[in-house]
Ligand binder design. Structure first.
Ligand SMILES: CCNc1nc2cc3[nH]c(NC)nc3cc2c(=O)[nH]1
Ligand SMILES: [Zn+2]
Length: 374
């Protein structure tokens, strides 16, 4: 087996790269989209479904699993792989972002972030060392450092101080899990808010530390699509060409294609799974909502170009009925479809980069998605 952490670039098309990332649980073809499985499950679908839609790697949330059922229990049950019967790669976040967005009463000190559980109000602290120890217990293949994701609009001085602390925390995370230890990888996270000079400073400091990959954090936090793209265009090229680049929490189909065009290799987003549960479905002809009356007696498959179980087996009329009746099967079929849409798009992306036709692919999706971006 090729050493975990090895990242090979197989083809380029402009700044877009097609590659492979080796992990302790197998090879990941990039660019890749990672379905989010917050509480050790990708909501409403099981590992067989994930196999069928050809998911390569899933994301777990450290904060949630630490809170419930507890990382020690997950470790006892064989880590996420044994517990959730998923035998392919897992990436876990460090809990930082969730603490800032979910937990109450938190305080940030040099040592780490203290907070109260959103479940029972008990108080906890995530230090960089603790964040890594939890991810080790979860059996994560790719661990994320503990960082501070500053809120959109945070002013310059605070952002500058925060990124320095994030760098110190990143070093402590690497020290807690040295390079190559049991085949698991650690990624740094670039911060610096929406200030290009601070992004440069954060990237330069983090690249001094031997991470196997680098994430761009602090985006998709309420900024406009243009602000995100501008910041991304500045930051992505700063990162090491020979290491994977991961854009956290992104995004819509167009955000992902624009990220690939700027040299990003890895993406995660709750959009396909969350939208599935409110009836918003991604198709090759744009976004639709299945509850619309026009689908009431529509015998056609949701998306004729989609190869998923829902599109092969049922009509739009049936999918609409399930949704209107709040049948649990609606969640499952809509989720299968939306994730398959994202994963199939990434398969097309990888092929297009290999053939030098990525820009044509991006234009095709833009034609279907520009106007439906409501
Ligand atoms: C690993 C935890 N750290 C960490 N997670 C994140 C998750 C995000 N999710 C989104 N939009 C949905 N932006 C994010 C930024 C960060 C970020 O800057 N840091
Ligand atoms: Zn489908």
């Amino acid at each position: 087996m090729t050493r975990p952490g090895t990242f090979q670039i197989l083809a380029r098309d402009g700044a877009a790269r097609r590659g492979t990332l080796e992990t302790a649980h197998g090879t990941v073809q990039t660019p890749v989209f990672m379905p989010v499985g917050t509480q050790a499950s990708v909501k409403s679908i099981d590992p067989r479904d994930l196999d069928e839609i050809r998911a390569q790697i899933v994301l777990g949330n450290t904060y949630h699993l630490y809170m419930r059922p507890g990382d020690e229990l997950v470790a006892q049950m064989g880590g996420l792989h044994g517990f959730a019967a998923w035998d392919r790669p897992v990436l876990t976040d460090s809990g930082g972002f969730q603490v800032f967005s979910l937990a109450g009463l938190r305080e940030i000190t040099e040592n780490g972030v203290t907070f109260r559980s959103h479940i029972d109000g008990s108080s906890h602290i995530f230090t960089p060392e603790k964040a890594i120890a939890i991810q080790q217990n979860l059996g994560s293949d790719i661990m994320m450092v503990l960082d501070e994701c500053v809120a959109y609009g945070t002013e310059y001085d605070y952002t500058a101080k925060s990124l320095e602390m994030t760098t110190r925390w990143a070093q402590r995370c690497r020290d807690a899990h040295p390079e190559g230890q049991n085949g698991r990888l650690v990624f740094g996270i670039v911060q610096g808010g929406f200030f290009e000079d601070l992004r440069t400073r954060s990237a330069q400091q983090l690249m001094e530390i031997p991470f196997e990959g680098f994430a761009i954090g602090g985006l998709s936090v309420g900024e406009s699509p243009d602000e995100m793209r501008q910041l991304l265009a500045h930051t992505a090229p700063l990162l090491p060409d020979q290491k994977p680049r991961y854009l956290m929490g992104v995004g819509t189909p167009m955000d992902i294609l624009d990220g690939v065009a700027l040299g990003v290799d890895m993406f995660d987003c709750v959009l396909p799974t969350r939208n599935a549960r409110n009836g918003t479905l991604f198709t090759s002809f744009g976004k639709i909502n299945i509850k619309q009356a026009r689908f009431r007696d529509d015998p056609e498959p949701l998306d004729p170009e989609c190869d998923c179980y829902a599109c092969r087996t049922f009509s739009r009329a049936y999918l609409r009925h399930l949704y209107m009746a709040r049948e649990l099967l609606s969640y499952r079929l809509n989720t299968l479809h939306n994730l398959r849409f994202y994963l199939r798009m990434m398969e097309e992306v990888r092929d297009a980069i290999g053939q030098g036709t990525f820009e044509q692919l991006r234009a095709r999706y833009r034609a279907a998605y520009e106007q439906s971006e409501s």
